[in-house]
Design a protein. Structure first.
Length: 204
């Protein structure tokens, strides 16, 4: 009889432990840091006489901070995101030309995530978001120049989270971040990045 009671108590404690690590109806803060891969972009000249060309950028970095609310395995948050990549080269009909300095973005997004809770501390998730981004180019060559544009932005994410304890969760995620084409004085271009992040979330 004592053995059966002990087993029942262990099962109950394990159940309580699992539910404790699956926080719901709670406010949280999160932060992310990772690497960003800039997709080659085509620049369309600002007038009919200007030639089109492609730009490339080196691997850069991204960071983000968010405040959100979690309920029923769903998270809604407001996030600030920054991406930075160093410009590499422009490819034209006449060959390649070196570029200098950076292309970066500051974005504010409203995100939604769905957590696929289970009986372990590991929780896969999917998410997406919409918002606005300010794209800045800082180029000393005759190609992009120094300019900025504010455009519509969106992101799609997937990853897996691990509950360290009742309040701290860490995660690893992939994010595709893109905007509508920003228009600069030099022309219209594309802005798309693939990002891998490590993050931490603190639940109150």
């Amino acid at each position: 009889m004592k053995k059966k009671i002990s087993i029942a108590v262990c099962v109950m404690l394990l159940s309580l432990s699992t539910s404790a690590y699956s926080a719901t109806d709670t406010l949280y803060l999160s932060a992310n840091l990772g690497v960003g891969f800039f997709s080659d972009a085509e620049v369309t000249g600002s007038d009919a006489s200007a030639a089109n060309y492609d730009i490339e950028a080196n691997t850069g970095y991204g960071l983000g901070a968010a405040v959100g609310y979690e309920f029923d395995n769903t998270r809604i948050e407001s996030e600030f995101v920054y991406h930075n990549n160093t410009l590499d080269q422009a490819t034209t009909a006449g060959g390649d030309a070196a570029l200098s300095d950076d292309i970066d973005s500051f974005a504010v997004l409203i995100n939604g995530y769905r957590d696929f809770a289970n009986d372990s501390r590991w929780t896969p998730f999917l998410g997406g978001g919409l918002g606005l981004a300010m794209i800045n180019v800082d180029d000393d060559t005759a190609y992009l120049g120094d300019d900025s544009a504010t455009v519509f932005a969106f992101q799609i994410s997937t990853g897996i989270a691990y509950a360290v304890n009742e309040v701290i969760t860490v995660d690893c995620r992939y994010r595709y971040f893109a905007t509508t084409n920003p228009e600069f004085d030099s022309g219209e271009t594309e802005y798309r990045t693939h990002n891998v992040y490590a993050g931490v979330r603190y639940s109150f």
